[in-house]
Design a protein around this ligand. Structure first.
Ligand code: ADP
Ligand code: MG
Length: 689
């Protein structure tokens, strides 16, 4: 019988213990890897004459006066003198016991930030204790924490974690691996970073260039590469149906029937996908292509390979509008070829849905297009072999897994093609997406006229409205996008509703529509149909048209409060126009805070939109400004972002990790496993999707 270990229930945990869990500090190693935000120097006593404004210092001095004043408000004013200068300590809240400890003549040790000013040196609410205690030997770490968890408790917990954690080496000796870690072992590096000696350069600690930091960054990046490589290799052991392109099959017939020829980029990625499909290993490919690059047709061609081989294909899109558009387009391409397409969306009528479900289950429908409705439990495929996910970053791990699980063939997995119009900067692709194969459509179909982008202050809104009038006269259509106000959906709506009312009034005789995320789907569809058919001249919307909408006759896009959008998002929105042959424009209206001017950085950021149309360049600037969270979207949920390494500055360590991860996995599999477990614990699940 195994010995019973007492299990702690949540109730028996103290408040600080719960707080530690909240911070994710569960294992000893988690505590050891919880590095300080900054340090305080309690290793020495500074003389007041050497203290400069802004320094956080520790002094020892004698109290020369201590009084409570009432003006400008009640406060305790204490003057201390250390023989080199004096300093005034101010306390707005204080206990009688503290006042007593600060009696004239007491010698105290004081820590606080020195401020200059009219009264000479001062400190606000410094900490103090009797003078003469021992001095710290190392800098004192200050950790990020949460309410209910005192620094002192956290410091003790970290020390315990550090002494209990297994920090044995997982990297081969440097003689075997040339690497940037230098002489620092993980143990040395962690001990040092938690308690650095006072002679260290604080700058090197702060900008994380110190060799101890380098060691940690290398370890972290290596863990990331290892876990992705492991996920990829595990996937390579799985089996998928081999789908080979047939000589006179549907693939070729669709190509012939299309009203356009493929661009060479589309042909290239088509071949990359075809090669994957022909293998008996499930494809796991990300297809990147700027808005309008023509990803849908590439997906349709891949689907035809599957259908030719006698299998089904599913295409999942994040919104009903997008799913509906895909459905319409695919039906127009495929039904003439005799391929039956089913569609599934949440707002469907019961009867229609039942018919669709039956078609999917019997295999009559070779292709199924839809929203999340496609992955619901009761949806049964006859034989799914290829799953395409459009705008993949809008879906989570669970959803991708659910789609995969729709394949029933024994021991088989479907091929997965994930599509995105948000280009992923190179460094991100190499780190967070290292387990994926990536194809890029880096060329737009010919005949697109470049979109002219202008920055216009909101004060000149009326001119923009005039311009809309001119566009409409030429038979063109216009999008007007209102921003998402994160804090309040209600405000969001007011904004869009107001704009809708204003435009309706300013443009008599023109049909102006409104589309927002809280409308019932049927209404959304009705509005979208009117716009698509050309009857509606102007479509005011919140960001529901963000992805994928395709109305070639729309030639002007106005984006209100453009400063509130991410650059990549603006780029996607802008991609809704310029789809036909007409000259197209995008107007970025920017609001000015309380009549002031838009900040220089905000304007610079928007200027990038005017200067470039290259989605990758825009994404790169976005990454610089907003960090990786934006791009990773749902993929990262539950998985740790890099905490120590910074992809902008640590690219060479990333290269190192990419080079050596396969080596460690092949030559030292047990070390590799320990390394992953140490750094990622149970958090590498997300890679399975
Ligand atoms: P996205 O990559 O943004 O999803 P779509 O697949 O919606 O782009 O394609 C945008 C438009 O371009 C569609 O109307 C599509 O039919 C058209 N298109 C795609 N490929 C070509 C091509 N090679 N030549 C001309 N038009 C194309
Ligand atoms: Mg698309």
């Amino acid at each position: 019988m195994p010995a019973k270990t007492p299990v702690k229930t949540a109730q028996s945990l103290s408040a600080p213990q719960k707080a530690l869990i909240k911070l994710g500090l569960v294992r000893d190693i988690d505590l050891a890897l919880h590095l300080p935000l900054r340090y305080e120097d309690e290793t020495r006593i500074v003389q007041l004459r050497d203290a400069r404004e802004g320094d956080v210092v520790q002094i020892e001095a004698t109290v020369t006066s201590c009084e409570v004043t009432m003006r400008p408000r009640r406060q305790l004013l204490v003057t201390v003198d250390d023989g080199t200068d004096t300093c005034v300590l101010r306390f707005f809240s204080f206990y009688p016991s503290q006042q007593k400890a600060l009696a004239v003549g007491s010698r105290i040790r004081v820590r606080g930030e020195v401020k200059g000013g009219f009264m000479g040196l001062t400190m606000m609410h410094p900490s103090f204790k009797p003078a003469g205690g021992v001095l710290a030997e190392a800098l004192t770490p200050v950790y990020s924490t949460v309410a209910g968890l005192a620094q002192s408790y956290l410091r003790r917990a970290v020390i315990t974690g550090l002494s209990h954690a297994d920090l044995s080496e997982t990297l081969p000796p440097t003689t075997e691996w040339p690497d940037p870690r230098g002489a620092w072992s993980l143990l040395d590096a962690l001990q040092f970073l938690h308690h650095p000696t006072p002679d260290v350069s604080l700058a090197a600690l702060e900008d994380r260039s110190h060799p101890a930091w380098v060691r940690l960054k290398c370890e972290e990046l290596l863990a990331q590469q290892l876990s992705q490589l492991t996920a990829k290799r595990e996937r390579d052991l799985l089996r998928a149906p081999s789908l080979k392109c047939q000589a006179h099959g549907l693939h070729g017939r669709l190509l012939e029937a299309l009203p356009f020829g493929l661009t060479s980029a589309q042909q290239r990625v088509g071949q990359e996908i075809a090669q994957d499909l022909a293998r008996q290993v499930p494809m796991h490919r990300l297809l990147q292509g700027d808005v309008g690059a023509g990803k849908t047709v590439v997906a349709a061609l891949a689907a035809m390979v599957a259908v030719d081989a006698g299998w089904q294909c599913a295409l999942m899109a994040p919104t009903e509008i997008l799913a509906t558009q895909h459905f319409a387009k695919l039906v127009s391409w495929l039904e003439p070829l005799g391929v039956k397409v089913a569609w599934l969306i949440g707002s469907q009528k019961k009867k229609e849905r039942a018919a669709m479900l039956a078609m999917v289950e019997s295999g009559e429908a070779a292709l199924v297009v839809g929203t999340h409705a496609v992955i619901q439990e009761h949806v049964k495929f006859k034989n799914l072999a290829l799953a395409v996910i459009d705008e993949q970053h809008r879906f989570g791990v669970a959803q991708r897994l659910a789609l995969r699980s729709k394949m029933h063939a024994e021991g088989m997995e479907p091929h997965m093609l994930m599509m995105t119009a948000t280009p992923i900067p190179r460094t991100l692709a190499m780190s967070y997406y290292a387990d994926l194969d990536v194809s890029v459509i880096d060329e737009l179909p010919p005949g697109r006229t470049p979109i002219v982008t202008r920055l216009v202050s909101d004060h000149r809104r009326h001119e923009v409205v005039e311009r809309i009038g001119a566009q409409l006269q030429q038979g063109r259509q216009v999008y007007w996008v209102c921003p998402l106000i994160e804090e309040s959906e209600a405000l969001d709506l007011t904004n869009a509703t107001q704009t809708h009312a204003d435009l309706s009034e300013a443009l008599p005789g023109v049909m102006v529509g409104l589309l927002h995320s809280r409308m019932p789907s049927a209404e959304k569809k009705a509005v979208m149909d009117l716009f698509t058919s050309g009857q509606m001249g102007v479509l005011v919307s919140t960001t529901v048209i963000e992805v994928g909408v395709d109305v070639p006759n729309a030639s002007l896009m106005v984006i209100e409060h453009a400063e509130r959008f991410g650059l990549s998002q603006l780029h996607q929105l802008r991609g809704r126009v310029g789809r036909g042959a007409a000259a197209s424009a995008c107007v970025l209206l920017y609001g000015t805070p309380e009549g002031g001017r838009l900040s220089e950085t905000a304007r610079d950021r928007l200027r990038a939109m005017v200067e470039t149309h290259d989605g990758f360049e825009i994404a790169r600037r976005d990454l610089e400004i907003r960090g990786p969270g934006e791009f990773l979207g749902a993929r990262q949920s539950g998985a740790p972002l890099l905490r120590f390494a910074d992809l902008e500055t640590d690219g060479h360590f990333l290269d190192w990790a990419r080079t050596w991860a396969p080596h460690l996995l092949d030559q030292h599999p047990t070390l590799a496993e320990r390394h992953i477990r140490r750094w990622l614990g149970g958090k590498s699940e997300y890679l399975k999707a």
